[in-house]
Design a protein around this ligand. Sequence first.
Ligand code: KG4
Ligand code: ZN
Length: 341
Amino acid sequence: MADVVLGIETSCDETSAAVLVKGELASLIILSQDVHKIFGGVVPELASRAHLAALPAVVDRALAEAGVALSAVDGVAVTAGPGLVGALLVGVMYAKSLAYAGDRALIGVHHMEGHLFAPAVEDPQLSPPFVALLVSGGHTLLLDVPAWGRYRLLGETRDDAAGEAFDKVATLLGLGYPGGPAIEKLAREGDPSRFNFPRPMISEGFEFSFSGLKTAVLHAVRASDNLDRDRAALARGFQDAVLDVLVSKLERAVRATGYSTAVLGGGVACSRALSARAAERLSGGGLARVAVASPRLNADNAAMIARAGWHRLRLGERSDWTLDARADLPLPGLETAEITT
Ligand code: KG4
Ligand code: ZN
């Protein structure tokens, strides 16, 4: 049994621990590393060091807030990849020692599978089949999910991930890191009719491409004689183009599979603009219900890792002591889909 699961997430710049009791979230601690702000992006070596310094206290705090003693924990779920290898290693080593010392079950979790499970933390009824759009700083995945643990890849990005495009465009506009929240905030004040950016590959298939759009924004920034005046409209034009592509592909996948649920996950799913647009296009037309977690659970966090781990532990899966951090860990259960548009 794995009634009490401790989740650990250290794949990037958030040090996080969470406790799930019988699948219910009992606590979640997320410590965001401030050290990267002045560098305008995550510095891997600094991330590893900050995880090392903070993780024991973050875990202790999660246990204390859940009112659970370490001795009551029977499973430890940890992000084993993909991500920054040094950062991942801190979490994996700590999880392994906690599991080994207490004779607990250990399960390595794929970070994107964690994002996929995030809505299930708040909505225990959520179950496949559904289509999932997972959009983060490193990935853009459109999946057909016939069952938890079985993933058919419909499409992914050919170049930049959606979140990466937000971050790069934010840099072009002189906004801070991470770029997504800054762009979303600014875009609210921007005139949507000023810039009509290209929507790459929108009319066919399930694949994505965002690098051309980023270049189009770069040209518009260079052509602007007053960036302070144009910044909000540029942010709006860019955001509208990305969201239009994401939601169009999601709608195409819903129509192709005939499923009645669409899941949004990953850091970009923190965007209210994205979830609102998806709900408008899919739920509005009665096509599908859109399931999306609250922003705290879409950004990197250990609750989603504990939830995905709990699922696998209940199936009797265990990682052994050779569990290692892998920067390029493949998604388990991934099959290539035959579905075409
Ligand atoms: O999942 P996540 O927290 O970390 C990774 O696994 O990569 O995703 C981070 C990404 C960043 O690129 C960030 O700019 C983006 O999510 N993001 C957003 C928003 N909030 C975070 N993108 C668009 N709009 C947002 N509100
Ligand atoms: Zn993530």
